[in-house]
Design a protein around this ligand. Sequence first.
Ligand code: URP
Ligand code: ZN
Ligand code: ZN
Length: 480
Amino acid sequence: MANFDLVIRGGTVATASGVYAADVGIVGEHIAAIGKDLAKGAQEIDAKGRIVMPGGVDSHCHIEQPSSTGGVNADTFLSGTRAAVCGGTTSVICFAPQFKTMHIEQSTADYHKRAERGATCDYSFHLIVNRADQETLDALPGLIAQGHRTIKVFMTYPSNRVDDAGLLNLMAVARRNQAFMVIHAEHHDMIMWMMAAMTAAGLTEAKHHCWSKPPVVEREAVHRVVAMSELLDQPVQIFHVTCGEAAEEIRRAQSRGLKVFGETCAQYLTLTADDLDKPNGEGAKWVCSPAPRDAAEHENLWNYIKTGVLDIVSSDHAPSNFGEAEGEKLPDGPKTPFTRMPNGVPGLETRLPILFSKGVVEGRIDLETFVAISARNPARLFGLANKGDIAPGKDADIAIWDPDVKTTIRQANLHHDVNYTPYEGMAVTGWPTTTISRGEVLWQDGAFKAAPGRGRFMARGPYDFIKPRGVFPGPFKPFD
Ligand code: URP
Ligand code: ZN
Ligand code: ZN
């Protein structure tokens, strides 16, 4: 009888702490052994010349997320997780949204049903709170105890934003209930003022989206979140940092010992404001927030990644079709003003190949850092103890890479359910050839095979990495 259900043989194992030649033996859903010349498995995968890394953990993706107006973003749990798996990602953290008109317990329960129907890989949720009223504050401890251990706050977007008083109240709930906070940090009133002034001046094309929110809009909001985090001793992660100015606020916070973490996304390492400068509304394909910057900012961000200030690179997969229906990129046709274009770009499947190519192949980061920012660090920050590493006892979530294959990203070859990719025509080197989730091969040599709903909810209990420091800036200790 074989010792292992599956052996990945002869590859180069890459983790956040080392790169070495070894076989990986899997029994059931878990990694059982790592070593040279492991005994034969019931199934074998030849990984010679390949990299064997932990499956990616994408801690920021909007999948089948209903909107307050009744629409849903373009991907379902089935298509979103299919795209994830085909791009080497095996865990996703998406968003159970609150609506002004629905109790947060109800919208979270509804979102679970969507995921149970479709998810093909494992998933967890951040709770989007857009109504910091007493009813919501009272509901949150129960939801956190059920394993929804992050509260997400938007500081902008008219229908979603929470004001500073609300944000402080939510931080206090998080602090009392051992939860984490993730924040979309942009200064709402600055954006609204700019949008109104630019509309009055007739500046309404997609490219003007970038003009309406220069880096200072982001920097100011990051600075404010850091101050609030310091006041209440509540650990936070700043989502989708796009520029050196904002990253520098995070670096300063970290140098004071604060538990402030920073994420950037593949789009902010590759796209620029020039991508939005396309005729007939086509620039809408690249509209996302905060706005894409320029090549100099890409290098700034890589430097903050190298120094660990930004320690996670996610996709912020937020798909809307390029079309003219309500909820699509051009609801008013080619002349749709940027203020009416839905924000966000798809990127679940392309996140790892872009990061590998621009990061490792082009020499900006080493393989260990690639694994850290795309798998180990998000698993650690969000309390997914079984994910993000290749070690005995961990879940057998593995992506096997051909590091040499040269590909051009084409919509026609992707597996999401949105009708374009913002990376059309981008040349990349390296792509995952096999993806394994809890011991099951889901993606191999161009074929995807997974039962809808096989993915499991990852409930997240309290964990040490996000423990507050117990340090307050004044004599009053609000949580004693
Ligand atoms: O433009 C973006 N990022 N849209 C998705 C929602 C968000 O802000 O993260
Ligand atoms: Zn955001
Ligand atoms: Zn997002």
